[in-house]
Design a protein around this ligand. Structure first.
Ligand code: MTE
Ligand code: MO
Length: 200
């Protein structure tokens, strides 16, 4: 169905669009609540829970190796955007700085603005996951999570925390903001892991 907001994928792209998703025009912004305005001077990133606590400033964090990433982005509200270009820092490179207790099996992602989302260690510590600070060659705009966000390409985008400012390592699964409000605990787009129960 032709629409102002979505277009039909061609065949090669179609193989990359998970079931129940449409390609978005542009790059929609999906935020619950207000957009936090955080400068790189003020930005801080903390690690706590089942890991040796650390506090990184922007200059500490940005000193980690930079990489270019091209990743598809799937929002559970049924839009997808293919080939998003980011610059960022691999999760595995950050993890080299963190002494995690072997008991840690889950992670809570924390953000400015108090958004949270949960992820298992297995889904979090992957070569293809990264902290992004540039989008299409420009500093990451505040509405897309700037100055720094997480991107987890293999899960629905609510796991890709914008304005990320901390990781809490846990010995069991706890639920983040949307997960407490009915979203699936894991959110794998190819399996359509959208909601765990009806809203309302
Ligand atoms: N801190 C925070 N991170 C967030 C959200 C949010 O509301 N707050 N929304 C999530 C959802 S539902 C999606 S689809 C993506 C949207 O990212 P975008 O606005 O850059 O498209 O961010 C995710 N990360
Ligand atoms: Mo979303």
């Amino acid at each position: 169905m032709p629409s102002k907001f979505f277009h039909k994928p061609n065949q090669e792209q179609g193989d990359r669009v998970p079931p129940g998703q449409h390609l978005a025009k542009g790059f929609p912004v999906l935020t619950y609540g207000a957009t936090p305005q955080v400068s790189t001077e003020d930005w801080e990133f903390r690690v706590w829970g089942l890991a040796k606590p650390i506090l990184l400033t922007w200059s500490d964090f940005i000193a980690l190796p930079h990489n270019e990433f091209t990743a598809d982005f799937h929002c559970v509200t049924r839009w997808s955007k293919l080939d998003v270009k980011w610059t960022g820092i691999k999760v595995v490179d950050l993890m080299n700085l963190i002494e995690v207790d072997p008991q840690a099996v889950h992670v809570m992602e924390h953000c400015y603005g108090d958004y949270t989302t949960n992820i298992s260690m297995e889904d979090f510590v992957r070569e293809e996951n990264f902290f992004a600070f540039e989008l299409f060659g420009e500093p990451l705009p505040a509405e897309h999570g700037g100055p720094m966000r997480l991107v987890v390409p293999h899960l629905y985008a609510w796991k890709s925390a914008k304005w990320i400012n901390g990781l809490e390592f846990l010995n069991q699964e706890e639920l983040g903001f949307w997960e407490r409000n009915g979203y699936h605990r894991r959110g794998e787009p190819w399996a359509e892991e959208r909601y765990s129960r009806a809203f309302g």
